[in-house]
Write a protein that binds this ligand. Structure first.
Ligand SMILES: Cc1ncc(COP(=O)(O)O)c(C=O)c1O
Length: 400
């Protein structure tokens, strides 16, 4: 009998990390590889935030803090929720963790009993189903195909709800599709939830600030105040503030839930890094102009990638509202053959072919629960993106 518990068997390693690792290995072996798998901005953390971390260390902020984070940071987060989302959270209704990932994990640990159902619209961020499984919950996947703009239809949500449903996980703008809900679309989803008071909403707003073409971001507790008492509003500094390695994620929610999440965290990591927390205060309270500057670059890259991919034979690419991903369909390549005579039978095959033939690393849609698609992260240099898209066009052109 194995020494290991059954828990790790329930989940699979992150496929996005697997692609990044494979691309790095090929590169180390001398292959010319362009990696489009990473889910982090290629921009450096802004100088004033790095300075704040340095100053925090100089001032001796290098010791343990409260589990749920320093009060200065929780006040800054409460200010952000009020200013940007019109949401009132008291500092004690806020928890700070080692990234949004730990916030979500704490929430599942604190709420899921075996067999509790978690509704997850697909395509989804790879971690939601696995986290729910680790906590003995049951993921209920609802397909949101490209014809629906990769968004959850109210009638599909209605059909997925059962007496065992505990959470609906929403993620707008989305990883991997970049799709974001308009206020009206979100309201229609919330209207369903109003009729089912036992279902709570976990809204992952990690990409809130990364929206383009004047898109206006909204979040469930804001568009439907009747859901405020059963919504966990999750956010973090990783993406818009280019702080992936600093590990600062946070959430606002009902006090009882937040207290339970703090309890869970107190027996695992305690708190996130004290230095990162102080840098976080400056991130939220300091200048914000760099976000718009970065977004300008992201939007140009999105437009470039969408246009070039739509010129590739067999690829169709939807133009997303936000985040830094596109999620094109490769349906037009399925059933065709590579110059070596290998048949493309799935998005996994297509992705493998791109890496082998042209050294372009992307992630297969099967990893995100909706095929046949693949995900490209455009959080990389414009020159690399242009070259990668040329190679994808060439690879698609070579299929017979
Ligand atoms: C949708 C989504 N949620 C949460 C996270 C977690 O971010 P972090 O733990 O760095 O805050 C990510 C990171 O890739 C993400 O894409």
């Amino acid at each position: 009998m194995s020494f290991l518990a059954s828990r790790p068997d329930r989940v699979k390693p992150s496929p996005t990390i697997a692609v990044t690792t494979k691309a790095a290995e090929l590169k180390a072996a001398g292959r010319d590889v362009i990696g489009l798998g990473a889910g982090e901005p290629d921009f450096a953390t802004p100088e004033h935030i790095r300075q704040a971390a340095w100053q925090a260390m100089q001032e001796g902020h290098t010791k343990y803090t409260a589990v749920n984070g320093i009060i200065e940071l929780r006040r800054a987060i409460a200010g952000k929720f009020k200013r940007e989302n019109g949401l009132e959270y008291k500092p004690e209704q806020i928890t700070v963790s080692c990234g949004g990932k730990q916030v979500l994990y704490n929430a599942f640990v604190a709420t899921l009993n075996p067999g509790d159902e978690v509704i997850i619209p697909a395509p989804y961020w790879v971690s939601y189903p696995d986290m729910a499984l680790l906590c003995e919950g049951t993921p209920v996947i609802v397909d949101c195909p490209a014809v629906n703009g990769f968004k959850l239809k109210p009638e599909d949500l209605e059909r997925a709800i059962t007496p065992r449903t505990k959470w609906l996980v929403l993620n707008s703008p989305s990883n991997p599709s970049g799709a974001a809900y308009t206020r009206a679309e979100l309201k229609a989803v919330c209207d369903v939830l109003v009729r089912h008071p036992h279902v709570w909403v976990m809204t992952d707003d990690m990409y809130e600030h990364l929206v383009y073409d004047d898109f206006v971001f909204t979040t469930p507790a804001q568009v439907e105040p009747r859901l405020y008492g059963r919504t966990l509003t999750v956010n973090g500094l990783s993406k818009a503030y280019c702080m992936t390695g600093w590990r600062v994620g946070y959430a606002g929610g009902p006090l009882e839930l937040i207290k339970a999440m703090n309890m869970v965290q107190s027996q695992s990591t305690s708190q996130t890094s004290t230095i990162s927390q102080w840098a976080g205060v400056t991130a939220l309270n300091g200048p914000q102009h760099f976000i718009a500057e970065n977004n300008k670059t992201f939007q140009e890259r999105r437009d470039l990638v969408v246009s070039m991919l739509n010129q590739a034979n067999g690829i169709h690419c939807h133009k997303p509202e936000g985040a830094f991903y596109v999620y094109p369909s490769c349906a037009g390549t399925i059933g065709r053959k590579t110059p070596e005579g290998r048949r493309i039978g799935s998005d996994d095959d297509f992705v493998e072919y791109l890496l082998d033939a042209e050294g372009v690393a992307v992630v297969q849609g099967s990893a995100f629960g909706l095929s046949p698609h693949f995900r490209i992260s455009y959080a990389t240099s414009t020159a690399a993106l242009e070259e990668a898209c040329r190679r994808i066009q060439r690879a698609c052109g070579a299929l017979v």
